[in-house]
Write a protein of this length. Sequence first.
Lengths: 355, 597
Amino acid sequence: MTALLTILVLVFITIAIWQMVKIFDLAQVGNSNSQIATDKDNNLNGYLMIGFLAFIYIITIWSVVELGDLPLMSNSASAHGPEIDNLMTISMILIFIVQVITQFLLHYFSFKYKGEKGKKALFFADNNTLEFIWTIIPVIVLAGLIIYGLFTWSSIMNVNEDEDPLVVELYAQQFNWKARYAGQDNTLGKANVRLIDIDRANILGLDEADPNAQDDVITTELHLPVGRPVLFKMRSQDVLHSAYMPHFRAQMNCVPGMITQFGFTPTVTTEDMRQNPDIIDKVTNINNIRAEKSKDLVAKGEDALERYDFDYLLLCNKICGKSHYNMQMKIIVETQEEYDAWMKEQKVFKNSLIN
Amino acid sequence: MSAHADTHDHEAHEEHHHKETFITKYIFSIDHKMIAKQYLITGTIMGVIGVIMSLMFRMQIAWPEEPNVIFEALLGKWAPGGVMDADIYLALVTIHGTIMVFFVLTAGLSGTFSNLLIPLQIGARDMASGFLNMVSYWLFFLSSVIMLISLFVEAGPAAAGWTIYPPLSALPMASGGSGMGMTLWLVAMAIFIASSLLGSLNYIVTVINLRTKGMSMTRLPLTIWAFFITAVIGVVSFPVLLSAALLLIMDRSFGTSFFLSDIFIQGEVLHYQGGSPVLFEHLFWFLGHPEVYIVILPAMGLVSEIMATNSRKPIFGYRAMIASILAIAFLSTIVWGHHMFVSGMNPFLGSVFTFTTLLIAIPSAVKAFNWITTIWKGNIQMNPAMLFSIGFVSTFITGGLTGIILGDSALDINVHDTYFVIAHFHLVMGISALYGMFAGIYHWYPKMFGRMLNKNLGYIHFWITAICAYGVFFPMHFIGMAGLPRRYYTNSNFPLFDDLANTNVIITIFALIGGAVQLIYLYNFFSSMFFGKRAVQNPWRATTLEWTTPVKHVHGNWEGEIPHVYRWSYDYSKPGHDEDFIPQNVPLKEGEEELQH
């Protein structure tokens, strides 16, 4: 059905274009047809330039109104999130201003100075003052952005070990994620893929002789206590992956053969985020879309889509093979008590081995 | 210099005595004008293939996993029942990127116009080495053929993204395309790099040695400056990609461990030890980033020239334009790390790359303002080439501005590898460079084929393309900011992204229309070759030397002596002259002052 529609659309477009060409050609009858722009062409295209300027503004406004209200753009759920969001907002406003002005100048000049026979252009080849102005302004603006950006960057990337962060390993493989908690000692046991022993269920290759490894906990869901800094240590067993946690403004590649790291402090529990009015709007909207789709599916005799409830997610964001598009892990941010209770139910490494 | 020109005349005359056969004229030609046309047509064919691929994966994103007869017809076993396979989706994305970046926008754009314009605009009979030039084209042709053959191998073409990061690209167990498909990809790219290096060396030598009398470096048109600097960047950075490719071939086939270490896949530990995928990323982007300037600088050169000619005004700030090309070229080689902020490299290195990256905005801003000032108070002739040039500046600004966000390491954390990146680079180097290429084709078609393109088809081509380009890529910024990762076969496994599905449909519809419109251009291009209106010698009333050559191509470009040059190439609407343009080979009038350039 879609294919048929696609083909139909293409056919109609072709016909429409064909007709437009004919109209253009008919309008040209009697002209010299030299294939060089005439005053009439200059005029028409000059007006189209203004039309195009309007189109750029309209698509900008439409995008901001329809797509700009994205809970992912605001409502970050980590301590450093607002820093990134502020920098992003400042950069966006700046870009928006420059975009509006320069596109206006470009298209308006194209319209205003459209060619006429007999008119002569201004011979204006050089002006050092002007060149200086539009060199120095970007220099100043960018200097500000660079300094602001670098401060933000170093405050995010410098993990303060004194704060006693919760150490969690994110372990990537085609095509799923595992989390490994460091346990009571908060020190991850040594590990290497060479030590993987599938028969004994040592799936992450922990060193069984390492005392630090004994109390490690391996899970398929990522639970984090709210308000406590977390230091993630990333590892991959096969190809590059990227641990992308958009709600927390966090991302780091997982590289086979080395350990990478990223730290942040989650600030909003999953429960609280679900009560956020923006998120409620988003979820309602998504559920309406899903209900609509489900109707079609049910009509075809398939199962309806499940209701969607908000959850933080960890996504793979580095091309990693066939099922890259479905490599995810749920993240649950909860209170310390809930976290402790959950942790108590998990098996520690030494007890999870099959002997 | 004049003695030099004389010997050239002599050679040219001797060549006239040899009778040209079909093979020496059309196939193994050493005439730069024919080689330019060969590059253009090969690039066009590759471009058509690349665009069709993008339309297929756009349809998959808009209507995920729905049967589509087009898929069934074109993909065969990769679309059982018309449903696209996830592996072939990644392969399409990979090959689309490779073809568009290297085969269309590097070889097709720079190869065509450097070959066509360098000898013609500097006043030379041909390239410094016609033979190397021919070898360069045929290596490019060979690499194109190998790249296309790789589409038909049993386990599928390369599917690790155009950046082919190992280990995914190194291990056939990790991705079907990393077997024979990747081998052919690497071989094709190695040959492509050889072709590109031969071409670049030729361009550099020609510009330095073969300028006609009076053609000082500061009288060169900006096109030549752009081609010259592009060739220099190519010579500096392409060999690094070649070494990365060779090391990857070693890892794949000879058991070395340059990029691989500690890998457990499909139940077994591989022997690799001590290598690092991050090293590959450094090597790849050491070319990969300059590459985007290899793509965009020639387009900037073409656009500068066309804007001045059609505005009937000198390009504004000629020296600033050259300085900014040089600044961009220099900076382009020290910013590659901004592709790797979250690769696991030292965060301090990230700071350095943020600093150098954002600096590029300065010369870019200078260029944009100079173009805008060039059209200010002009007498703008709205030829299709001029429309595409204005379109170039528009998309270059729109796309370039978001570079300020991506180049900022702190902001990159959250938009890295999302659709925001896709939107950014497609506008700033994809669409812009393509516009530059179209502008060049509309402008120099009379020089290449002796006939004019149909301008009305050109107008329709431009306006629909311009609207579709914004329609496709502008909303992509926003779905990227919503966190949608690139290279996902379908987003339906993430209910989180369900509210973006409609936007994806809109984007795909714009893409399909935009793709279909290129058929008009192709029709115009091929039919005008035979039925277009015959061109006059200087249809756009331009000042540069190529328009002093006869319409019909001759070996050696000028029938008589090579013209001498007395002025810079931008004497448009100069006061004190009747005509609004003064060709470079017209001597200064008595008392006329040359601008201090």
